[in-house]
Design a protein around this ligand. Structure first.
Ligand SMILES: O=P(O)(O)OC[C@@H](O)[C@@H](O)c1c[nH]c2ccccc12
Length: 264
């Protein structure tokens, strides 16, 4: 069993929605990243998306671009991010971790070696925004249908006819991008967002998560019946910055979001 699937099954039994955050690894440094992960586990965040910083983050807006840039300047590498996850797991962290990274980073490391390391340290899923369905063969072959690390699929408001194919064999959850732009465009969802989510929900056998532009649970109220959870990235990173990366601020925000999400 995979940690993401395990967590999502438990939520389904409790009839709860998932609260997922995104953080850039190594921002402001990897020791803080570990603290933030622990704080999130304590606060009841269900899954964390950990961004491996990359020099050319084409899907990202200014907040995450800036976090990536600073992290790289601080010396963060994929190897060090792996070590951080390994240390956190050795400290007992059970929180499901999804790597968000660009395919270049994986190719540079070596696809086979990358997958082996994900499995070894306990990376539970992968989001690779620049790797469309047609180009996933190599990584899928390396993952070889095993349970430890799942390749998660992304759909957008223009995926349309491609959705059935993208969902075919998909595991974990499907990531529904709420708009056509980059990350961090606060509450500017696609004008057809409700119909689009409804259509994905109808077609998907696995949980449907919405991300891009979300700040509070209230933002997803209009589409609550079509989604199984919400993902917050840029807004969460801003909050970290404003609180000077205070674990208590993380806990308060995550607790509140999770509570409000399940009261919608
Ligand atoms: O930052 P936002 O608007 O809250 O969006 C989520 C997002 O940060 C996170 O899921 C993410 C960060 N970088 C990405 C690249 C592609 C897809 C998703 C992501």
């Amino acid at each position: 069993m995979n940690r993401i699937e395990d967590t999502l099954n438990q939520l389904k039994e409790k009839k709860e929605k998932a609260f997922i955050t995104y953080v850039t690894a190594g921002y402001p440094d990897l020791a803080k990243t570990k603290e933030i992960l622990k704080a999130q586990e304590a606060a009841g965040t269900d899954i964390v998306e950990l961004g491996v910083p990359f020099s050319d983050p084409v899907a990202d807006g200014p907040v995450i671009q800036d976090a990536s840039y600073r992290s790289i300047c601080g010396g963060t590498t994929l190897k060090k991010v792996f070590r951080t996850v390994e240390e956190a797991r050795n400290d007992g962290l059970k929180l499901p971790i999804v790597f968000m990274l660009y395919y270049n980073t994986i190719v540079f490391y070596g696809v086979e070696a990358f997958v082996k390391e994900c499995e070894r340290v306990g990376v539970d899923g992968l989001i690779i925004p620049d790797l469309p369905m047609e180009e996933q063969e190599e990584i899928k072959a390396a993952l070889d249908g095993q349970d430890t690390t799942l390749l998660l699929q992304l759909v957008s408001p223009v995926s349309g006819d491609r959705i059935p194919q993208i969902l075919d064999g998909a595991r974990g959850f499907v990531y529904c991008v709420s708009s056509m732009g980059v990350t961090g465009q606060e509450a500017q969802f696609h004008k057809e967002v409700k119909n689009y989510l409804k259509s994905v929900k109808e077609q998907s056998k696995i949980p449907v998560m919405m991300g891009f532009g979300i700040r509070t649970a209230k933002d997803v109220e209009p589409m609550k019946e079509y989604i199984d959870g919400a993902i917050v990235g840029s807004h969460f990173i801003r909050l970290l910055e404003e609180s000077n990366f205070d674990p208590d601020a993380v806990k308060t925000y995550c607790n509140t979001f999770k509570k409000e999400l399940n009261e919608l």
